[in-house]
Design a protein around this ligand. Structure first.
Ligand code: PLP
Length: 396
């Protein structure tokens, strides 16, 4: 008879598999047109470039280095290139302020490991990125939602929440947020930084989508706002602009916590894959990433427009949705009496899928909300998906 397993850790608590992953399982059938996943378009990966970069990284004269252990902080030349990208976005940054991570998801895990004890409060947007909620929940954090509107969180609500909960930090995805596609306007960024400085609030700014902008002018990151630089940990990733399979992210942190974060990474995985870092760096040296991003933006803009053009006709009368200037997601809300999870069941019978919004809320979910991703289908498929959604809505 098999022995019972050891008791699971208390911090595992009631952390569960992501409902979004479970929903994505249901959408895997080839005939489903899915607006559910948050994936980049695979046909737009620069696969030849990356293959060439790996071939160069593994060429006989240099392979020994690419296949060897390397430093926890990351490949120095890659860090210099990533620091330059942060500088290009208005965030002044030296290579030695950066830690390369195994995807930006690891950056979130390291931040949780270094800053959170069970019971600590973390302020989060309402709704927020699900895997960050899971990650902070796994560390035992109390997640405190900050009220949000169409422009993201309202900084004026923060002082009372800070006084009541003494949070360790605020976690925010300020540009083209996952799941809502919302962007925090400049005035709110500045005010958030001011309030953070006044009340001693630390900020974790997660920005994987900011460079996927289809309309309007870029906004300076929160870490670049006066008063925020010395209290912001900035996180980003190559996943959405190059390829997520590389698992390459990075964080920039003030020196007082960069050291502990580096130790936490040592304990987690010693370092991010040497060969992947060298191949990523070589890709950035061989090709113009900005030109590639411009190409992604051209194509994703067409796909976003295709979704926005047909969405009103596909959702029930009275549904509302936003029109994000970039990123991958549109956020919609069904009229009173509708439930997005119920609509999804009918939608799947019609071979179309989306993600209900409820898992993204730290506390009371809004069952009427849903997230639609527009990146993985061409406009004709999007139109067909919307026709199916219209039929599912009519059948509900
Ligand atoms: C807001 C946000 N942060 C972090 C991640 C994790 O990305 P990665 O670990 O691939 O860099 C994602 C992925 O979807 C995301 O949407």
């Amino acid at each position: 008879m098999a022995l019972p397993p050891p008791a699971l850790s208390r911090r595992l608590g009631d952390v569960r598999s992501s409902p979004v992953r479970d929903i994505l399982e249901l959408t895997q059938r080839a005939e489903v047109i899915s607006f559910a996943g948050g994936l980049p378009a695979p046909e737009l990966f620069p696969a030849e470039l990356i293959a060439d970069a790996f071939a160069r990284a593994l060429a006989p004269a240099v392979a020994a280095r690419a296949l060897q252990y390397s430093s926890t902080e990351g490949d120095p030349a890659l860090r210099a290139l990533l620091a330059a990208r942060f500088c290009g976005r208005g965030l002044s940054c030296d290579a030695d302020e950066l830690l390369v991570t195994t995807g930006s998801q690891q950056a979130l895990g390291l931040i949780a490991a270094v800053l959170l004890d069970p019971g600590d409060a973390v302020l989060v947007e309402n709704p927020s990125y699900l895997a960050a909620l899971q990650c902070f929940g796994f560390a035992g954090a109390r997640l405190v939602p900050v009220p949000c509107d169409e422009d993201g969180l309202d900084p004026e609500t923060l002082p009372a929440l800070i006084a009541e909960h003494a949070p360790k930090f605020l976690y925010i995805v300020p540009t083209f947020q996952n799941p809502t596609g919302r962007t925090l306007p400049q005035a709110r960024r500045a005010r958030l930084a001011e309030i953070a400085a006044e009340h001693g609030l630390w900020i974790v700014e997660d920005d994987p989508y900011g460079e996927l902008r289809y309309d309007g002018a870029p906004l300076a990151p929160i870490g670049a706002q006066p008063g925020a630089a010395d209290r912001t940990v900035s996180v980003s990733s190559l996943s959405k602009v190059l390829a997520p399979g590389l698992r390459l992210g990075w964080l920039r942190a003030p020196p007082a916590i960069l050291g502990p974060l580096t130790i936490a990474k040592q304990a987690a995985d010693l370092h991010t894959s040497t060969v992947d870092q060298i191949a990523a760096r070589t890709s950035l040296e061989l090709a113009d990433l900005d030109a590639h991003i411009a190409e992604l933006c051209r194509e994703y803009r067409r796909r976003r427009d295709a979704l926005l053009d047909g969405l009103a006709g596909a959702l029930p009368a009275g549904a509302t949705f936003n029109r994000p200037d970039g990123g991958m997601f549109v956020w919609a809300r069904l009229p009173a009496g509708w439930d997005a999870a119920r609509l999804l069941r009918t939608a799947l019978e019609h071979d179309v899928a989306f993600v209900p919004g409820y898992p993204f809320f730290a506390r009371e979910p809004d069952e009427r909300t849903l997230r639609l991703s527009f990146t993985t289908h061409v406009p004709a498929e999007i139109a067909e998906g919307l026709a199916r959604l219209r039929r599912a809505t009519a059948a509900s």
